[in-house]
Design a protein around this ligand. Structure first.
Ligand SMILES: [Zn+2]
Ligand SMILES: [Zn+2]
Ligand SMILES: [Zn+2]
Length: 168
């Protein structure tokens, strides 16, 4: 029963808070003057950070010129809100996939950036002892563990954030 209500909550969050253009969970979202939110990847050209011509109108309400012409720096607070909604990033080095927390275990099973086995790495490059420690499975397990305790930490961070706002 509780599993089903959890799934319903996830579906509601996915439906409401994914980027309406790429339909993906994203950490960096920009709110337009019309108050619609799109991810920076959909709004801005990757090379020079300028607004894509297709985004000169809001894709949701068609109002013109609601998004900044240059990709803005996204404040940490805004990224934290996305994390509180359940958006996370694959913990594997060089995998920048953003996904819902509840999709992570499935992703990790097929992630192409899973840590290289130390035995293989040693045979291939005997001198790269430094990169080995970066890629070690222990390191990755730590990250997954950190991920599990994330909700507790986020609750704490949220207190800090709301306190900060109260003080302003
Ligand atoms: Zn998007
Ligand atoms: Zn809009
Ligand atoms: Zn991954």
């Amino acid at each position: 029963m509780s599993n089903e209500s959890e799934r319903n909550t996830h579906e509601m969050v996915e439906f409401r808070y994914s980027c309406p253009v790429c339909l993906s969970p994203r950490l960096k979202m920009v709110t337009g003057m019309c108050q619609h939110r799109m991810c920076t990847g959909c709004l801005y050209n990757r090379e020079d950070g300028t607004l894509k011509t297709s985004m000169s109108k809001c894709p949701t309400c068609q109002k013109p010129a609601v998004f900044p012409l240059k990709r803005p720096d996204i404040p940490e607070d805004n990224i934290l809100i996305q994390k509180m909604l359940g958006v996370t990033q694959c913990p594997n080095t060089n995998c920048f996939t953003e996904l819902w927390e509840w999709e992570l275990s499935d992703h990790l099973k097929k992630c192409s950036h899973a840590p290289v086995k130390i035995a293989t790495l040693r045979r291939k490059s005997p001198r790269s002892s430094r990169s080995m420690s970066v890629l070690s499975p222990t390191n990755n397990e730590t990250k997954i563990f950190q991920h599990r305790t994330r909700s507790q930490r986020l609750a704490k961070q949220w207190e800090t954030v709301s306190n900060t706002h109260l003080r302003k």
